[in-house]
Ligand binder design. Structure first.
Ligand SMILES: [Zn+2]
Length: 267
């Protein structure tokens, strides 16, 4: 687990990749403790769309913003729909969804920017967060990859945009796969198997018509296929289902839970 470590600042607990910290990339995968959520009492729910009171969620976000030293009004979010659409964040849409769900960027599961001090913030409870950084250039990206986003290559799509629009080279991109449901706990049925013929090597058969699906392996595979170097892909290998005392897990809590945030910005 040395690729990924937990930290605490001002009472906010979050995970980081030392590899990204060494590159001066501010980032965090927030934990669930010490917040003001009402749906998960005392939890650090970061999402506005899951039934918590807005002021409680904003208090949680502000606490995280202070711990990570960013301006909450510049944090940019999107309404995630398990698709693979990625939006570029510019002066024009910066801060969307920071304090009000009504102006969040719609129908989007990935954000990318070359702006400094503009945090990209997505929400998770088991789905896979992937942060991408061009270590020689300006662009950073973050995607929300559940099984649908993963098998439709959202992480690889972000790499393509970093290359085509932001002039990155694949060999200069570092990718970090955050806490999310591990193959150990992620059983799927034929719906997923049949939808993912390209990734059948990432399934482990269990009972008839059921498999454990390794989303970390799916994302790693497609990043490598798009030119990201194996040594430049780090994975937390932390299963949210197994660590529901630390992280929100949609599956472990039968859908009644909050959302952790994955956040990244360049100083
Ligand atoms: Zn697990």
């Amino acid at each position: 687990m040395s690729d990924f470590v937990l930290k605490q600042k001002n009472g906010v607990w979050y995970g980081v990749f030392p590899r990204l910290e060494a590159l001066n990339i501010v980032h965090a995968f927030t934990c669930r403790m010490h917040g003001q959520s009402e749906i998960v009492p005392g939890g650090l729910n970061m999402a506005l769309h899951v039934g918590d009171k807005t002021d409680k969620v904003l208090a949680n976000r502000q606490k995280v913003a202070e711990a990570l030293n960013f301006n909450l009004n510049k944090a940019t979010t999107c309404a995630q729909v398990h698709g693979n659409h990625i939006v570029s964040v510019t002066e024009k849409n910066m801060g969307s969804g920071a304090t009000d769900f009504s102006d969040t960027i719609g129908n989007t599961d990935g954000l990318i920017t070359n702006m400094k001090q503009v945090p990209l913030m997505l929400f998770y409870a088991d789905c896979v967060p992937v942060i991408l950084v061009d270590v020689k250039g300006d662009s950073i990206a973050i995607v929300h990859a559940g099984w649908r986003g993963s098998i439709t290559n959202i992480a690889a799509k972000a790499v393509d945009i970093m290359i085509s629009k932001y002039k990155a080279s694949a060999e200069n991109i570092v990718a970090a796969i955050g806490p999310s449901i591990g193959a150990c706990c992620y059983e799927v049925d034929e719906t997923v198997w049949n939808a993912a013929p390209k990734y059948h090597d990432c399934f482990i058969p269990t009972t008839k018509g059921h498999w454990h699906f390794n989303l970390w392996q799916v994302n790693r595979k497609q990043l490598e296929e798009n030119g990201v170097l194996p040594d430049n892909i780090v994975c937390a290998e932390v299963c949210t289902f197994d660590n529901k005392d630390l992280f929100f897990s949609y599956r472990a809590e039968n859908g009644k839970t909050g959302r952790l945030a994955a956040i990244v910005y360049k100083k």
